[in-house]
Write a protein that binds this ligand. Structure first.
Ligand SMILES: NC(=O)c1ccc[n+]([C@@H]2O[C@H](COP(=O)([O-])OP(=O)(O)OC[C@H]3O[C@@H](n4cnc5c(N)ncnc54)[C@H](O)[C@@H]3O)[C@@H](O)[C@H]2O)c1
Length: 301
């Protein structure tokens, strides 16, 4: 069978770029994979691990002759890459996509570089990942049974969107489409805020003194909640730099609610405290049931 893409260029061979390379290989979706990364060691490791077929000395060189170019660099690095690959923006026969965690900023960066939104740019965000980073964390199954959000605009070429959707679906991912603005608001609430809370909690507690003791006696809940505080600082710096308005909106609301909880504890208002916990538990139990039902349905398919 013909591969989905003849030649794929991956710019940024970290956790997501390398996992995509591994998945493309595993599902036979790419004839040839060429990669460029600012870190030469990652490229060398990618070759040694058999994730990619060749390397390039720049994003521009990698994109030459590719029919798919994937930007998998931190969000603030996207604009420099768009500048470098400008000759393939809106070029016939080439599709450009990205995996950035914030979407409006990626569309804005590409628009600044080309002077208009490139019709061949299909913005995407795999809702899959981990606190690990770098090429050695590559996982060919990372995207299976995870959501991929595509955020095309009206100007986006429908055929390009269809091909990107089919690529992810061939990796067993569940593809949905939404407006980039809606994406950034939802992700601020479900991903960016929780990461900020985990970073803040670990930072606060680790300044109290004996960090060894802290982790030694940590129960499962603390481990679960704090795991994401080990995430890559640069990637997350870029997320908060580029999605500040939706993040600040939900952060303010959360801080107000936290302030109310503080007041209930300080004044011994135990009934109100228990009511908040009960409401929260009901919402979480409902969510757990939905996840369980989805899992049963997935296994029966
Ligand atoms: N980690 C996650 O859980 C996750 C999930 C979904 C989406 N994303 C998004 O995927 C993208 C990549 O994240 P990651 O987790 O793979 O990070 P990573 O740190 O593992 O990899 C990023 C790679 O990009 C390279 N890089 C940085 N600037 C570059 C440039 N200008 N040119 C070429 N290479 C450059 C780095 O050397 C590194 O190898 C980010 O935009 C992130 O928001 C991450």
């Amino acid at each position: 069978m013909e591969p989905h893409f003849r030649r794929v260029a991956i710019i940024g061979l970290g956790l997501i770029g390398a996992s995509l390379a591994a998945s493309l290989k595993r599902f036979g979706l790419a004839g040839h994979i060429v990669a460029f990364d600012g870190n030469g060691v990652s490229l060398k490791e990618g070759l040694e691990m058999g994730l990619i077929d060749s390397t390039a000395i720049s994003a521009r060189k990698a994109s030459q002759g590719a029919d798919l170019v994937v930007l998998a660099v931190p969000v603030l690095a996207m604009e420099a890459v768009f500048k470098d690959i400008k000759p393939v923006l809106d070029k016939e026969g080439v599709i450009v996509t990205d995996v950035g965690s914030v979407k409006c900023v990626v569309l804005d960066a590409a628009t600044r570089v080309l002077g208009r939104l490139p019709g061949n740019l299909v913005p995407g965000h795999p809702i899959a990942g981990s606190e690990r980073h770098g090429v050695t964390a590559a996982d060919p199954n990372l995207f299976a049974h995870h959501k991929i959000i595509l955020t095309p605009r009206l100007q986006t070429d429908g055929e390009a969107t269809r091909r990107i959707r089919e690529m992810w679906q061939a990796m067993d991912a569940d593809v949905v489409e939404m407006d980039p603005e809606h994406h950034d608001t939802i992700l601020a609430q479900t991903s960016h805020l929780p990461h900020l809370l985990a970073f803040a909690l670990i930072d606060t507690l680790s300044q109290l003194g004996d960090t060894f003791e802290l982790f030694e006696y940590a129960a499962g809940g603390f481990r679960d909640f704090s795991r994401i505080a080990a995430s890559d600082p640069i990637m997350w710096r870029d997320v908060f730099a580029t999605n500040s308005a939706p993040v600040l909106e939900i952060l303010d609301r959360y801080m107000d609610d936290l302030g109310r909880l503080r007041q209930m504890i300080a004044s011994g208002n135990l009934d109100d405290l228990a009511n908040v916990f009960a409401r929260s538990k009901a919402a979480r139990d409902h969510f757990s049931r939905i996840i369980e039902q989805r899992e049963i349905k997935r296994k029966s398919q």
